[in-house]
Each structure stands twice: as structure tokens, then as C-alpha cells.
Design a protein around this ligand. Structure first.
Ligand SMILES: CC(=O)N[C@@H](CCC[C@H](N)C(=O)O)C(=O)O
Length: 371
């Protein structure tokens, strides 16, 4: 199968978490074109689990790919750009899925001893598919729950052919953050008769930015990003509603609770100061990704012996990944795979180099032989 063609087809139909209907149908169609002799397939919501039976299995090896996209309007200008206005595979999950398809093909053509399950998991960007998928496998399809699991994430800043990971903590603990402010709006000419939620939100945004610099231990690490701020309706009406949407990232759950306490205290103070109601919703949260030491070292060792592959020991990053729910209960390893794009993850011009598709399935097949 031509992987570039598959990646481009998937790139054209980006869908957000739990709406990956066309994506699931497309993947099912591709999977149905393979010899079915060694395959067992189950669907879970918009996801799929495909088991490839091995020659002489002693364990079930898992590979996870995420399948969802982001609400971003693509600006790459590529001939195969998104056909879904306002949505884009801006985090590389189209590349992840294609690599998984390539791996599936390799495993069918050259079965290994062990069984392998490939999980096509929805909703990584939100609200999180890993935890409910894991629980469903445990409760409903225990034969599809792997004994160990691995996954990759594209890294635009790394050259193609470079892979990197580290034993232990790789990615942060995350929580989404949605804050709504409600007050009395009114005519732009009579501010003294209103409570302006645009001003309250602006003040709140600035105060939230003091949490990392003033409340978090400088020897620890944390991020509080407000990615979206909206207020009001038109230019000459004082806003009665404002909304901040963001994310909190820490390296452990204690720092996460401490940051939430400070957010709540600041919101209470804003309520008082700006005479309004402030409602906080933490949306979904992800556990940190903790790589199993043995698997990560095995991966680094293996990769360092593969010709034309450069290996780095990565730093931990404040990225979030619901793959953390797999590493919570299973030995697992996640790694970065370079795709040399001048625009990064979550950017409307992200353009991963498709060269990665030419060797990654083989590389993973080789890694599975080492496990
Ligand atoms: C790999 C990656 O970019 N993951 C996302 C996960 C987002 C989780 C959630 N929606 C949040 O924003 O907290 C990331 O932004 O790191």
C-alpha cells in the first residue's frame, strides 16, 4: 500500500475527538484490504483495535496511535490540505495513523512470534480517549488489552531519522481550564452602571500569569497558558460575559492541586473586585507519561543500532498526552520521531516530512522483535 497516499487522504478529513467517523470508516476500509487471516478487529466508539496473531506468542505487544485532529484552519496551501473547514491534522496524527497502518502491513507480511494489538485511539487532543478505551478493553475485551505498549509522537524540530526518548517522566500532567465571567453589561457610554467582563477577564488573565512565577517552587516546573480569550458582542456594548480557555501543566499532581487552589483564590478575588460571578471548569485532565525504564532503555539501545537512525536522550516536555493512562497501568514507552517541519505542533502551517513513512514501520517491526 502506498503510505503517502494514505497519509494525504487522512490529512484531508481531520475530525476532532469522538467525531472521527470518516477517519474510522477510512481506516476500516484500508484494514479490510489486507489479508484477514491473522487479524481480529473490534471497534470501540470511533476507535479500532486490530490484533495481529503471531507465530508462537508469549505476550501481547501494544502499539497506540491517536486519530483525532484540532480545530485549526489549515494554512499550508498543500494540494492535499484539509477539506474540513476549521479543522486540521496539526498535531501529526495523520502521520501517526499511517505509520500504524504501515506497521500492520509489515506484521501481516512478516509475522513475529508475539501477538500485536494496534489501538487506533480517538480524542487524544481532548476530551481524552485513552482512559475510557483502556477501561473498555479491560472490562469488555481483555484479550485485546496488551501486556506492554508503545507509541510515538512526531517532532517537527528534529530531523527525519532522529528518534528520542527517556526513561521515566516524558510528558506533563495536564488539566484543561475554562473560566466564565458573568456580570452586568450595558451601554458603552455608561460604564459606571455596568460591570465590564472584558476588563475583569483582562485583569484575571494577567493575575493568572503570576501563579507560575510567584506561587510555584522555582525548582519545580509548571505552565499556565490561556489560548483563547473572548468577551462581548459588539464594539459599543459593555460585555456581560467573558471566557478564558486554557491549560495547566505540571510535573506531578501535588503541583497541579496547588495551582488549582491559586486559580480559585484569584477567581474569588476577581468576583469581589469586579462584582461578577466566576465559574471554573477544569474540563479533562491527563496523567503524566512515565516511560518504563527497561522498555525505554531497550528502545534507545535498539535504535542506536539501526543504520541511519540518530538517537537522542530527550528532555521531559510540558506536552500533554493521554498515553499517560496506558503507562499508568502497563509498562510502556513513548518516543519522539523527527519530521523536520519549520512550523511546530498545533501550527496551521505544520508540514511533516513524509520521508518518515518510508522507514518507521520497518523500524518498529524491528523493535517489536526485541521486546
Ligand atoms: C501532543 C499534544 O500536543 N497533546 C496535547 C494534549 C492536550 C490535552 C488537553 N486538551 C489540554 O490542553 O490540557 C497538548 O496540548 O499538549
Amino acid at each position: 500500500m502506498e503510505l503517502v497516499k494514505i497519509r494525504r487522504a487522512l490529512h484531508q478529513i481531520p475530525e476532532i475527538g469522538f467525531q472521527e467517523v470518516k477517519t474510522q470508516a477510512y481506516l476500516m476500509d484500508i484494514i479490510s484490504q489486507f489479508s484477514q487471516e491473522r487479524l481480529e478487529i473490534v471497534k470501540w466508539r470511533t476507535g479500532i483495535a486490530v490484533k495481529v496473531l503471531g507465530e508462537n506468542p508469549t505476550k501481547l505487544i501494544g502499539w497506540r496511535t491517536d486519530i483525532d485532529a484540532l480545530p485549526i484552519t489549515e494554512e499550508t496551501g498543500l494540494e492535499f490540505q484539509s477539506t474540513h473547514p476549521g479543522f486540521m491534522h496539526a498535531c501529526g496524527h495523520d502521520v501517526h495513523m499511517t505509520i500504524a497502518i504501515g506497521l500492520l502491513q509489515k506484521l501481516i507480511e512478516k509475522p513475529i512470534n508475539d501477538d500485536v494489538v494496534i489501538l487506533f485511539q480517538p480524542a487524544e487532543e481532548g476530551p481524552g480517549g485513552a482512559l475510557p478505551f483502556r477501561e473498555w478493553l479491560k472490562n469488555e475485551k481483555p484479550d485485546f488489552l496488551p501486556d506492554m505498549i508503545s507509541a510515538l509522537h512526531i517532532a517537527p524540530e528534529l530531523p527525519v531519522g532522529t528518534v528520542g526518548t527517556r526513561p521515566g517522566l516524558l510528558f506533563a500532567n495536564t488539566s484543561e481550564l475554562f473560566i466564565d465571567l458573568h456580570g452586568k453589561g450595558g451601554h458603552a457610554a455608561f460604564p459606571h452602571l455596568t460591570e465590564d467582563m472584558a476588563v475583569a477577564a483582562a485583569s484575571l488573565l494577567m493575575q493568572l500569569q503570576t501563579i507560575v512565577s510567584r506561587n510555584v517552587n522555582p525548582m519545580d516546573s509548571a505552565v499556565l497558558t490561556i489560548g483563547k480569550l473572548s468577551a462581548g458582542t459588539v464594539q459599543n456594548i459593555i460585555a456581560e460575559h467573558a471566557r478564558l480557555e486554557g491549560t495547566i501543566r505540571t510535573l506531578n499532581s501535588e503541583s497541579m492541586s496547588q495551582m488549582k487552589k491559586r486559580i480559585e483564590a484569584i477567581c474569588r478575588a476577581v468576583e469581589e473586585a469586579y462584582i461578577c460571578r466566576v465559574n471554573i471548569d477544569y474540563g479533562s485532565s491527563y496523567l503524566e507519561v512515565n516511560n518504563d525504564h527497561v522498555m525505554a532503555e531497550k528502545f534507545l539501545d535498539y535504535a542506536s543500532q539501526v543504520p541511519d537512525i540518530q538517537v537522542i536522550r530527550s528532555e521531559a516536555a510540558m506536552t500533554g498526552e493521554d498515553f499517560g493512562y496506558f503507562t499508568e497501568q502497563l509498562p510502556g514507552v513513548m518516543f519522539w520521531a523527527g519530521v523536520a517541519s519549520s512550523y511546530g505542533l498545533h501550527h496551521a502551517k505544520l508540514n511533516p516530512n513524509e520521508q518518515v513513512l518510508t522507514f518507521m514501520p520497518d523500524f518498529l517491526h524491528g523493535f517489536f522483535l526485541e521486546l
